[in-house]
Design a protein around this ligand. Structure first.
Ligand SMILES: O=C1O[C@H](COP(=O)(O)O)[C@@H](O)[C@H](O)[C@H]1O
Length: 252
């Protein structure tokens, strides 16, 4: 059954950033009360800039950062201090400004091949499930994160799951790899759809007019008539909430 889907449209990216901060903080309070932790998966790209309100008053003091656990939805296989690294982007734009313990942040391991990095990340997630740090979906057996913050490329890719690339059809692996990503850099690892869709909540955060056509395909009246874009496979066990600015929603 499709998850309950909520679509929020805002006049500006600034308003998206405020609403997103409030939504995330609300979930953090709920998850920390229920589980003692808040497991959050970050995309790279424009999402990180849109998280900026979380690092500012009054929002920054509205959560217990020591209970947050941070994971990466996809990552480029480059050193963690490389300008293409999603970890570096998240660290510079968000993580260094809040007091999440370093041991609660899970970047990829450096100096591995894409295949090794994907396998290592998957094993680490399985270990965290086994020791009770992460929950499991009773339906799928995959790890169940409290929240995934998912961006979307202008052609409808999410994570590093691209149109015309087989990784989007993966059914068994939790984390896979790609060595010919159409968007540079080519070598990446990525969560697979079964892992993504085992999440409690997913926020699709999409801003800017470049994304308008793919948003129309994903959410428009004739969505079912189109060949599914990767973004159309996003369907978490809990709720799906879209945060769109006026430009991204302009074709709806
Ligand atoms: O390459 C990537 O692209 C997507 C979308 O990025 P955006 O800049 O168009 O928002 C991003 O979600 C993903 O994490 C990243 O590796």
């Amino acid at each position: 059954m499709a998850p309950p889907t909520t679509i929020h449209k805002f006049e500006s990216e600034e308003q998206v950033a405020v609403a997103l901060a409030i939504y995330i903080l609300h979930l953090s309070v709920k998850s920390i009360a229920a589980n003692g932790t808040f497991s959050v998966v970050l995309s790279g790209g424009t999402l990180i800039h849109t998280l900026r309100k979380l690092t500012e008053p009054p929002y920054v003091s509205s959560t217990d950062w020591s209970k947050w656990l941070i994971f990466f939805l996809d990552e480029r296989v480059v050193p963690l201090d490389h300008p293409d690294s999603n970890y570096k982007l998240a660290y510079d734009g968000f993580l260094r400004k809040v007091s999440i313990p370093e041991s609660n942040i899970y970047p990829i391991k450096e100096k591995l091949s894409p295949e090794e990095a994907a396998d290592e990340y998957e094993e680490r997630l399985k270990h965290l499930v086994a020791n009770g740090t992460l929950k499991t979906s009773p339906t799928t057996g995959f790890a169940k994160f409290d929240l995934m913050l998912v961006g979307m490329g202008p052609e409808g890719h999410v994570a590093s799951l691209f149109c015309w690339h087989f990784q989007r059809f993966e059914k068994k692996k939790w984390v896979t790899f790609i060595t010919d990503s159409p968007k540079p850099p080519p070598r990446r690892i990525t969560f697979t759809f079964p892992l993504i869709n085992s999440a409690d909540e997913i926020a699709m955060v999409v801003t800017g007019e470049d994304a308008a056509d793919a948003v129309k395909v994903a959410l428009g009246k004739h969505a079912a008539d189109y060949y599914p874009l990767p973004v159309q496979k996003v369907s978490p066990e809990g709720g799906l909430t879209w945060f769109l600015d006026k430009e991204a929603a302009s074709e709806l």
